[in-house]
Design a protein around this ligand. Structure first.
Ligand SMILES: [Ca+2]
Ligand SMILES: [Ca+2]
Length: 174
């Protein structure tokens, strides 16, 4: 138990430094409300597409690139949180998509859908999409290791300290 706790603490600590793949949890869905937050360090996303999947990320500013690698015919979109389309691509590498907008620092949405489920390419259009946890596998490769939801460092250090204190306490008790 202690070993597992220690391993997870180390995983939390290293996630702030190392680039990591992000795997869709359940269904990322088709709206701002259900968009899954990419963790700090994400350099690739793996998921299953049934209609549309949307991810939310924080960006420090500059060139952002995303490349889709799938067994189907995908489309990629970048929206701001108001739903404005900042980038869109259908076919760049064969049928695979590539977007490369230059973004100011802030929060954005990255969406993938299939040409077979064309909802008009606007965020509001995706409201007609379904939602299920199955579908066709995809990978989206991202250009920057700094992508993700910003986590204030003092808070995570405090959390780590709290967990270690808990570990020490449990050791004393049992
Ligand atoms: Ca999905
Ligand atoms: Ca395509």
């Amino acid at each position: 138990m202690k070993r597992i706790l220690l391993a997870s603490l180390l995983a939390i600590a290293s996630s702030h430094v190392l680039a990591t793949p992000f795997t869709e949890v359940g269904d990322a869905g088709y709206s701002l409300a259900t968009a899954q937050l990419l963790t700090v360090g994400t350099t690739s996303i793996s998921g299953l597409l049934d209609s549309v999947d949307i991810y939310r990320f924080s960006w420090g500013g500059g060139l952002f690139t995303a490349t889709a690698s799938t067994g189907f015919d995908p489309m990629l979109f970048v929206f701001d949180l108001s739903g404005n389309t900042l980038a869109f691509n259908d076919d760049y590498f064969g049928l695979q998509s590539y977007v490369s907008p230059t973004l100011a620092s802030g929060d954005y949405l990255l969406a993938i859908d299939s040409y077979a489920y064309n909802y008009g390419g606007v965020l509001s259009g995706f409201s007609g999409a379904g939602s299920s946890t199955g579908g066709s596998a995809y990978t989206i490769t991202l250009n920057a290791p700094t992508i993700g939801q910003a986590v204030p460092e003092p808070a995570s250090i405090a959390l780590l300290g709290l967990s270690l204190a808990g570990l020490a306490f449990s050791r004393r008790k049992f």
